[in-house]
Design a protein around this ligand. Structure first.
Ligand SMILES: *Cc1c(COP(=O)(O)O)cnc(C)c1O
Length: 438
């Protein structure tokens, strides 16, 4: 598979180039040059297949020419070390729980797949690959966990001295092995600047292989297609005679639109999707775009579904690119809704009261949009992107229940490593650590 840039200025890239550079030089985003159709026969057996086997078929349809079959199977199998169950909420609505991975959020899936693809390509190099990430919260944990103990790769997580909770810090300072936390005596902006400076530093690039695992890497996106197919598989095996022949309605809680882009790609590969429902919090720039056809970026503001506090979604250009040549406008394939914090809280309460289901604020946003949009006779699935334990305070308050963290030990104790190196926000200080840690 070759990958083109959505800006059409850079030349096409191989999978290896697209993954290892992350971004095309022209500032666009990589997209697969064609979307191969999965053979129809696959759907005859899909109801009996596991997430791993489904993922392998989809991955090899897309990347089969790039990575040897046994190798690709290994990468896919090691990505999905946890289940992604579909649970029935009502006769026509189910929820796909994407949050059973190590950091209790769906971003685990993209991070784990990307880490293993980078590891695969690191074998062509004589030195390990160094991944630099700056984090202000949860993203560092997901990336670090995805790369933890993956051979041929080291991860440096830069975080600001203030602003992270003990829990967030714990997610990457407690791993050890090839995950190296660095506390920067400065702000998150300093961390991001240091990462950028390291990338363009010629001296550093001569000495080390450096890459980024940023969220717009194409290999974080591709594995997110797999679970849409798996959701369909579980729906078929659960209620085989009630499937709308036009396909399923998926409701996606949207921030940077990675999840939605993956769903659109899955549909292009042949997954029967009737339409997508886009769920936004009060950061509604994409909702307005779907409704009016005009995009105006906005400054993000805080909401209770905070992972969707995005005013200028980074994957927007992938979606508009897919529709530039498409016969139908975006508004014919998706419906968009945006909700206030109060409406999201009501949805958490409603899901619990009416269906006994405890949802985090992001899943509850998607549920509300789906419930509003679904017509009689349709099958709807909403994506639950985070475990309610990640938002235990607010979800506990609304539902009046105690939300347990499935990963916490009986003492509820959080250990903190004490030997984290601290650096001043200067490239020289970062370079010293990168070059001396082996
Ligand atoms: C990142 C995130 C989202 C938004 O996903 P995108 O792919 O950026 O649209 C939704 N929910 C949770 C819990 C997230 O962490």
């Amino acid at each position: 598979m070759q990958f083109y840039s959505t800006n059409r200025q850079s030349s096409q890239a191989s999978l290896e180039e697209a993954v290892m550079t992350g971004l095309p030089a022209d500032g666009g985003l990589y997209m697969p040059e064609r979307i191969p159709l999965i053979p129809r026969a696959f759907f005859n057996n899909i109801a009996e297949m596991s997430i791993r086997d489904i993922a392998y078929v989809v991955a090899s349809t897309m990347l089969g020419d790039d990575i040897d079959a046994a190798e690709l199977k290994d990468i896919v199998y090691n990505t999905f070390t946890f289940d992604i169950p579909l649970r029935k909420i009502s006769s026509d609505i189910s929820v796909l729980e994407l949050f059973h991975g190590p950091t209790l959020a769906f971003k685990d899936i993209g991070s784990r797949f990307l880490a293993r693809i980078i590891s695969h390509y690191s074998r062509n190099l004589d030195k390990p690959v160094n991944v630099l990430v700056a984090t202000s919260g949860d993203s560092g944990g997901a990336v670090a966990s995805g790369f933890h103990r993956v051979p041929g790769v080291r991860v440096f997580v830069l975080y600001p001295e203030r602003g992270l909770s003990a829990k967030q810090r714990h997610q990457f300072t407690s791993l050890g092995d090839n995950v190296i936390p660095i506390e920067v005596l400065g702000t998150f902006d300093d961390c991001q600047r240091l990462v950028k400076e390291a990338f363009v530093d010629q001296d550093l690039r001569r000495k080390l292989n450096i890459t980024s695992a940023n969220s717009i890497n194409i290999c974080r996106l591709l594995p997110q297609m797999f679970y849409y197919f798996y959701a369909y598989s579980q729906l078929l095996s659960g209620q085989p005679d009630r499937i709308d022949s036009d396909g399923v309605v998926f409701s996606v809680p949207c921030g940077n639109l990675g999840n939605l882009t993956a769903g659109l790609l899955a549909r292009k590969m042949g997954l029967p999707v009737k339409r997508f429902v886009v769920a936004n919090n009060s950061n509604d720039s994409f909702t307005r775009f779907v409704r009016t056809g005009h995009f105006t970026p906005a400054r993000p503001h805080h909401s209770i579904a905070c992972a969707m506090d995005v005013g200028n979604p980074s994957n927007l250009s992938r979606i508009t690119d897919m529709y530039n040549a498409a016969p139908a406008p975006i508004s014919s394939d998706m419906k968009a809704y945006s909700y206030s914090d109060d409406e999201i809280a009501d949805s958490i309460a409603d899901l619990y009261r009416s269906h006994g289901y405890i949802a985090d604020p992001h899943a509850a946003t998607a549920y509300r949009a789906l419930a509003e949009d679904l017509k009689d006779g349709e099958n709807g699935i909403f994506l639950a992107t985070a475990h309610p334990a990640k938002f235990a305070d607010i979800v506990g308050r609304i539902t009046g229940t105690e939300i347990k963290n499935p990963q916490q030990d009986s003492t509820g104790c959080i250990s903190v490593r004490h030997d984290v190196p601290k650096i001043t926000p200067a490239l020289q200080a970062l370079k010293k650590i990168l070059i001396t840690s082996t």
